[in-house]
Write a protein that binds this ligand. Structure first.
Ligand code: DCP
Ligand code: MG
Length: 481
């Protein structure tokens, strides 16, 4: 990979260069909205977190590429987005002075639906590769070395893209490269609907002209420091003195240097299983109406139990979460004598645990099953190395916080704490780097070492975020190195 001696497709000394695909869906939530509302195709579409029809609170989760042309972007306040791109409905009012052609469609986030679309996409990815590392709701790495060769890798990737488009009805951008870092940059290089193939031997020349900020793990803060050092492009970084980089950035400096040179020997490791499955939902306003709470908990219990049985998962612990004003997160869990797959029991235990909050105002409720056992033996035999599943990240908690329930036959675990995600307030308070926490997430992404605040990847070190080198020094993204 380092020199020009290896022709594409020619096995190098250590055998054939890996063929790694990075798949990232285009304006994913907006694409999902278009899937069920085809009139939105080709139109500016904005999906708002904490947004409600006709209102102007909340923050932009994503915007279609047409909406991005108006300066609408992720993590922006909806009120700002509306200044740049007025609502279609308003523009269409008879005496409106806004041109309907210059207006957009606003939709509230619907995580359950996006999750279901993501599952359809992930099914195709798992069909296409033996090793799939899911890193967020709309993003995954595939190692397809054993399914294709470098000569035909472009065709292989095109086939995966076409399947997603045809079978699911959303578009993906795909990068193909001999390593994860280059594949990730490649998938981002020609969005939307992109396909960029970086042959082995071309990695360094592909990277050289790119801005340093495009390197995985180099966010705005680091990029600024690098620029101050006269390092603007990836080529500059590759040519920089490693010890100078180490002096400035420590071990990260050496890692950045390697990445800039196209050196990344991380193997694509599969994402493993969740430690728990959960669903939660917020009330528009805190409610002390017990029947409403119970109704919500029943629905969540059914959704969680259904998810578990579709995954062939048994659970031994059932828990609830109730967020009480101002932002106190209370969890209660009860462990059973043995693992079960029993939706009625999930509902019964969850409702029972909820009684403790009777009469109390509650902003949000959640249901979780944990202490999971998996039906399929093959996966179980993979043993160690399993990490929390990123595909579960939006809805399922990767780290088992019910460990105090471990080893008990029955009993109730309780905790009361303040949840920074809930405490973060309404989404229009989202910081400039857009650390939105998905409503579907049981716990705030950042306590899980998430690097991008959406589709929380709970496996720091596996895949950091290239673009949220959040102030003060973006430690989160740098954990990737
Ligand atoms: N997301 C979010 N808040 C953010 C960023 C993203 O809620 N600050 C959500 C909405 C996105 C989804 O995560 O649709 C995937 O994130 P991406 O960064 O991949 O963004 P998109 O898929 O929307 O756009 P792109 O085409 O740039 O990948
Ligand atoms: Mg995307």
């Amino acid at each position: 990979m380092s020199g020009g001696a290896t022709l594409p497709g020619t096995p190098d000394d250590e055998g054939e260069d890996p063929v790694v695909l990075h798949v990232d869906m285009d304006c994913f939530y907006a694409a999902c909205e278009r899937k069920r509302e085809p009139e939105l195709r080709g139109e500016p579409v904005v999906v708002g977190m904490g947004y409600e029809d006709g209102e102007n609170h909340g923050a932009v989760a994503t915007a279609s590429y047409e909406a991005r042309e108006y300066g609408v972007e992720s993590a922006q306040a909806i009120s700002t987005a509306l200044e740049r791109l007025p609502r279609k409905a308003v523009a269409e009012e008879p005496d409106s002075d806004v041109d309907p052609e210059e207006a957009g469609h606003y939709r509230p986030v619907d995580m359950d639906y996006y999750q279901s679309v993501a599952e359809e996409v992930k099914a195709i990815l798992h069909d296409s590769a033996a090793v799939v590392r899911e890193v967020s709701i709309d993003e995954a790495y595939l190692d397809v070395t054993d399914r294709t060769s470098w000569e035909v890798a472009a065709g292989f990737a095109r086939h995966v893209k076409h399947r997603i488009d045809r079978e699911v009805g959303v578009t993906a951008s795909v990068g193909v490269a001999p390593n994860m870092s280059a594949a990730k940059i490649a998938s981002d290089h020609d969005k939307p609907d992109g396909l960029v193939v970086v042959d082995p031997g071309e990695v360094a020349s592909f990277l050289a002209p790119l801005d340093v900020a495009e390197i995985h793990g180099v966010g705005p803060v680091t990029a600024r420091k690098l620029r101050e050092m006269g390092v603007e492009t990836t080529g500059d970084l590759a040519a920089a003195d490693r010890s100078a980089l180490e002096a400035e950035f420590g071990e990260r400096g050496a890692e950045m240097h390697r990445r800039a040179r196209g050196e990344d020997d991380r193997a694509v490791t599969p994402t493993g299983r969740p430690k728990s499955l959960s669903r939660e939902s917020a009330f528009t306003e805190a409610t002390d109406d017990d029947e409403r709470k119970r109704e919500q908990v029943r629905a969540l219990a059914a959704a969680v139990a259904d998810r578990a049985s579709r995954k062939g998962v048994m659970y031994r612990t059932i828990g609830v979460k109730a967020v009480t004003p101002p932002y106190d997160v209370n969890t209660r869990a009860r462990s059973l004598p043995g693992p079960v797959d029993d939706p009625d029991l999930v509902e019964e235990v969850a409702l029972d645990l909820l009684t403790e909050f009777a009469g109390e105002p509650v902003r949000k409720v959640g249901v979780r099953v944990s202490n999971l056992s998996f039906a399929d033996a093959e996966q179980a035999s993979l043993g160690d190395g399993w990490e929390p599943a990123a595909d579960e990240s939006a809805a399922d908690e990767p780290a088992d916080r019910d460990s105090t329930g471990e080893g008990r036959t029955t009993g109730t675990d309780r905790s009361r704490k303040s949840d920074p995600a809930d405490a973060a307030g309404p989404p229009d308070d989202a910081g400039p780097t857009g650390q939105l926490s998905l409503d579907a997430a049981w716990e705030p992404a950042d306590t899980e070492g998430s690097t991008d605040g959406h589709g929380p990847d709970s496996t720091p070190g596996a895949d950091g975020n290239p673009d949220s080198d959040s102030d003060p020094e973006g430690q989160s993204s740098l954990a990737d190195f």
